[in-house]
Design a protein around this ligand. Sequence first.
Ligand code: ADP
Length: 364
Amino acid sequence: KDAPKPSMPWFGMDIGGTLTKLIYFEPCDIMELEQQGEKETLKTIHKYLVSNIAYGNTGIRDTHLEMPNQQIGGKKGTLHFIRFPTSEMNAFINLAKSKNFSTLACAICATGGGAYKFETEFKQRINLTLHKFDELDCLIKGIHYIDRNFPLECYYWKDADSDKPNSSNKVPFDFHNPYPYLVVNIGSGVSILAVRGPFDYKRVWGSSLGGGTFLGLCCLLTGCNTFEEAIALAAEGDSHKVDKLVKDIYGGDYSRFNLKGATVASSFGQMNIQEKREQASKSDLARSTLVTITNNIGSIARMVATTEKIDKVVFVGNFLRVNTISMKLLAYAMEYWSDGALKALFLEHEGYFGAMGCIMEYVS
Ligand code: ADP
């Protein structure tokens, strides 16, 4: 280990390809902890973080995920979950500078590719050492910690049906004996890990067709600018106007191989015809992009689960944020195509496990 540990576990940071996830640990006895000099800085930073839910134009605190009464590094306190686009790192560093962050900590724990990419910048501009941890180690540690310390963290979608997207409901899942399980992390890209014990995992697959692909294609096809807009458009759209279905080819089911007429035979398969293009709205295109990316990830996950002989598949990553469409599609696809053998599971803290694993370095 090449850097000194910070005096207190204030922060864990996961600097991803699209979003930076920052977890702030607010100790209960904040005013008694530190020496006088640090107290003022700490108070300033603390006040700024907990009295706002938006920071600048793009930073957000996810208050619904807050975890009170946590015990970390021998201290009791509350975990706060904050995110901002990695493209705004410059503004973040300026902010840290203006709040005198470097007098509080000389190092913070960081993971994700950005912990490497921005290392020099952090050191040079605010004299902060990034104490780097592997993002997949952190992901697994974070999942285990949060699952055990947040009520109803793990859930599944009951009776998900692609024909009736509004019918299924969220049901808690007891994840206390999780092994073995698969983690499908859908961030900018996709990583799939097979986890067989608390410290026993391997990365078994990856795909560049992930959340970043959905957002990028959606911006190109519809002119939208944000993930929220893309999801809102998709919610209004009908992918059948864009995709070619089995029934568009067969006139009905392809029963010999048990393919329903409503199954997508070719994603975007109608868009070679000018008339169909004119009939497809931006929402339809957004929906089809979402369905295409989601189903591709679902079928890769299914193949990997079969190969690894694992029946629980946990989907995480910020692609699933405010995205019940994809969650229900994944739930349906996993169950339907495996004849009920596979279970798709989801976690409330979606994209924050890497950052959590980083803070966990104090606990272990
Ligand atoms: P990474 O670590 O690669 O940044 P994340 O797990 O944070 O991965 O997921 C990034 C993906 O989450 C984006 O590609 C996009 O699909 C989705 N996403 C969800 N919310 C947002 C947002 N507010 N801004 C950008 N992308 C978002």
